[in-house]
Design a binder for this molecule. Structure first.
Ligand code: 5GP
Length: 193
């Protein structure tokens, strides 16, 4: 079974469509993580982005960490995750605001100075793309650090929301592994490949 077949089958059999356009994926992607699927996902991102030569992978805690770590293994580069609260040990963070799609609140994201270095090529990996708010905040922090975003890898894109178009408008190299055209309690319809 190909990575895409495995991902689509897992989405179809293990996720639930919630009110308000949210896909509950805590049986394989969020609170509980399928390691075999993550390994395949990491490899798929490696194959798509290998020519971008990323030097760091970046994501947001906590749901992005599993697929981002899988990609970091394949590229053999460090993973940096943005924190949603500031530990006492954090000295001089760069800060951005992000609106959480699933929690419907604004959250601050913290990146300790020096973890992303000026001039570095950074690949953003996340679990979902909805309205592109996470992308906008990550791009700001990467730019504030003097580095460059070289691509955006998404496990599940909800194609009817604004994020996809925002990334296209910014000419980003976007790789969305599974792209959902529509979903309801009756089922999930994937975009044509
Ligand atoms: P965006 O910033 O693109 O609006 O939303 C992306 C972020 O919101 C992701 O980091 C993800 O954690 C969360 N998210 C958005 N839509 C969904 C969804 O349908 N299901 C889950 N589990 N998370 C989502």
């Amino acid at each position: 079974m190909s990575m895409l077949e495995l991902l689509k089958t897992t989405i179809e059999t293990k996720s639930t469509v919630m009110d308000g356009n949210i896909l509950k994926t805590d049986r394989f992607l969020n609170q509980s993580v399928d390691p075999v699927l993550m390994k395949e996902i990491g490899l798929a991102f490696f194959e798509h982005f290998r020519d971008e030569h990323p030097q760091k992978i970046i994501t947001i805690e906590s749901s992005g960490i599993a697929p981002a770590m899988a990609a970091a293994f394949e590229f053999n580069v460090p993973l940096v995750f943005l924190k949603k609260s500031r530990p006492l040990s954090m000295r001089n963070p760069l800060i951005a605001t992000v609106h959480s799609y699933t929690k419907n609140i604004d959250t601050l994201l913290y990146l300790e100075e020096g973890l992303i270095e000026p001039g570095e090529r950074v690949l953003f990996i996340d679990d979902f793309l909805a309205n592109g708010q996470a992308y906008t905040a990550v791009k700001q922090l990467v730019n504030d650090a003097g580095a460059e975003l070289c691509g955006v890898g998404i496990v599940i894109e909800k194609a009817w929301q604004k994020g996809h178009q925002i990334l296209m408008d910014h000419n980003e190299n976007l790789c969305a592994l599974a792209s959902i055209a529509s979903m309801s309690e009756d089922g999930i319809v994937f975009c044509e490949e």
